[in-house]
Design a protein around this ligand. Sequence first.
Ligand code: ME8
Length: 532
Amino acid sequence: MSSNPSHDQTFALTTPLYYVNALPHIGSAYTTVAADVLARFYRLLGYSVSLVTGTDEHGQKIQRTAQEKQRDPQAYCDEVVACFEDLWQKLNIQYDSFSRTTAPRHEAIVREFFQRVWDNGDIYLGQQKGWYCVACEEFKDEGELLEDHYCPLHPNRQVEWRDEENYFFRLSKYQQPLEDLYEKQPDFIQPPMRRNEVLSFVQGGLQDFSISRVNMDWGFPVPENPDHTLYVWFDALLGYLTGLLKPEDEPTLEQVLARSYPFQLHLIGKDILRFHAVYWPAMLLSAGMPLPGRVFGHGFLTKDGHKISKTLGNTVDPVDLVERFGSDAFRYYFMKEIEFGRDGDYNETRFINTINADLANDLGNLLNRTLGMARKYCGGSVPHLDIASISGENPLKALGETLTPRVRSAYEGLAFHEACVASLSLVRAGNKYIDDRAPWSLYKQGEQAAVEEVLYSVLESVRLVAYLLSPVVPHLSTAIYGQLGYGTDFDQHQSVRETAGFEHHGAWGVLPPGQSLNKPEPVFRRIEVLSE
Ligand code: ME8
């Protein structure tokens, strides 16, 4: 993926389709922000991007939640879905499709897919006996359970014994094809520790899994036998396919294939890896559908070092966070402070310190004071110099020219923290350079050419950082472009960045000499901490 795409090159990716049994969680916001950052980055590269997100609305867990709230399940789902949509808007998520598993046309996709798998001889009727965790919507092996049959992932919930007739999917038939897949496509599962987990699970021997339930009607009926309801995971994974359809499309698999299928990436948390890296490719193989490029299982968030749980009373409300600190601060903290793939922590003091240090002080103040100097010493315009005359010895030029390929490969490898840290290194170098060169003294000494080189180099470096960080902090990036004289309209800005292309904006030395700068205004306000 090192060359630039041709016009019709697509990049399709997904977030999980989140359960609607509860309001959006900080974890669902984390995955969705990461997916949006990647989607925005690929748009900068010129790809036609399809970011599919959505909700998983069927199954026992949702049915019971609606019952407990004495609500009609569909009305209940609609209400929670509105909260997801609202949060994604607040977090500035530009998704291309919101796939709901209760959408009527999703049923057509599910039926057709089921039929293909059925025709392939991969579905049979059998007897399912075992312990079921409704919170996981998954059968558990006896050996995995905690004492007294509590679920290891939901230690406050006991699993339930089931002994019922179910339809099964012949997963065991795909043992070898899956092993071949992991070998031929070594980066199919990322990061490597997740790949190892999956490999050892698969090498342990795959067993068929049940894909229907009885005595449960909140779901699609099994086409062959309406006494059975389709298992929520079978239905939910197919929601990715439905998500690629445009509103005017017929709901058929052929039409899905005609859109930007297959997916390049399924971005998920490590909790649902098995479904995506084992069950899903086997289902696709059975239905004769091409496989996704990769599945990335990121780490889990904790708060102040503790597991986030309602029982512990330490949940973090993403709506509250974004309303207090803004979307850029939210996005930046989680992308910069956590090595993507590993577990990470939310801590409010660290959040505030990171945002103030990086965005308000280092980046925002650097721009602000440089613009102030440009007004004083260069008449309020980008210094009028011959860019080619800036020597390779200039530390900002030297760093700026190597930054873009580093940041690009960081984004492509989903190393968002590296993309942020590398970008910030140019900001820090800018602050050091301005302090070392002291343009205010150079000006007094009448060294106008030197003043112009210093100010140009800093302004250009800030621009480049704003460009490279625009997938993470789109509003801030737009505000910086506005201050640098590119205009102030957000949408216009985004399109300026996207249409001029990565080759142009990703280079160092493209800020047009002589361009009028705007009156300096803080582009990012410090978060003030109220003392008790
Ligand atoms: O599993 N830290 O939905 P879900 C980081 N409906 N990420 C977290 C997290 C945490 N503490 N908690 C949740 C489902 N997540 C299914 C998916 S897909 C066809 C069906 C994120 O609402 C993370 O992405 O339980 C995790 O994989 C996802 O939320 C689980 O979402």
